[in-house]
Design a protein around this ligand. Sequence first.
Ligand code: COA
Length: 239
Amino acid sequence: MSETNITENAAGHEKFRKVDPNTGCIYYLYPNVKLGKSPTIFQNAIIGFPPRGKEIGELELVIGDNAVLRPFTTIYAGNQIGDDFQTGHCVMMREGNQIGNNVILGTNAVLECNNKFGDNITFHTLSCAGNATLETNCFIGPHVIMLDDPHPICPKYKECKGGAVVKSYARIGGNVTLLPGVIVGRDTLIGGGSTVTRDIPDHAVAAGNPAKVLTTVQEQKCYPGFYDVPYEWLDGANL
Ligand SMILES: CC(C)(COP(=O)(O)OP(=O)(O)OC[C@H]1O[C@@H](n2cnc3c(N)ncnc32)[C@H](O)[C@@H]1OP(=O)(O)O)[C@@H](O)C(=O)NCCC(=O)NCCS
């Protein structure tokens, strides 16, 4: 690419430059973005960037009310995102994702294509997922990797096992790997550093490589004694 082309391209992108009235920060808002009420946007966020092979503005991006987009967040066009969405610094979201309400993506989190997240999800720092399904109220610890291709780089991987499925109220510890297509059951707890190679039943505590069921969440102890059992503070939740 010649220097002239680079300058022209840069000028093309500069026309999408905006200033957030609350933060005073400069960010980039591409055409065909439906941004809800009261967003807070920090510097160099890029919102509605076109995926490879798509024109600027060709795909719609919807983001609900009260979004907080921290510095250097990039969200591609072709995503649907609910209310109360928050990103940490340098989050990257590619296209084809359906994201519910009250979802937090931690610093440096990466959502590849076609994930489905329900409401009330924390997807922590440095975690990464593609083609994954997370129901509701899931906690995904830091540096969790959700894989979707059993035999990389298979051209048929999208029709194969798919991404991980994480049921409601599951908690995934830090540095966990979920192999393609595994189902992590409802109200489960996966120990830090585990590799999940097989489905995990509802309410199980599982850990290790490969992850094995150790016990159930109901049988866990709160060692310092803050609670009779861990998660009793989730009073009223339909676990
Ligand atoms: C899995 C977990 C819930 C188990 O807690 P626990 O019931 O108190 O378990 P204990 O510490 O009594 O350990 C029970 C056994 O499981 C093993 N174990 C515990 N956690 C393990 C893990 N993450 N991976 C492999 N083995 C593990 C212990 O070594 C012990 O084995 P042993 O009986 O042979 O000595 C906990 O260790 C854990 O990993 N929590 C998640 C932490 C996390 O990632 N948080 C993220 C947010 S910061």
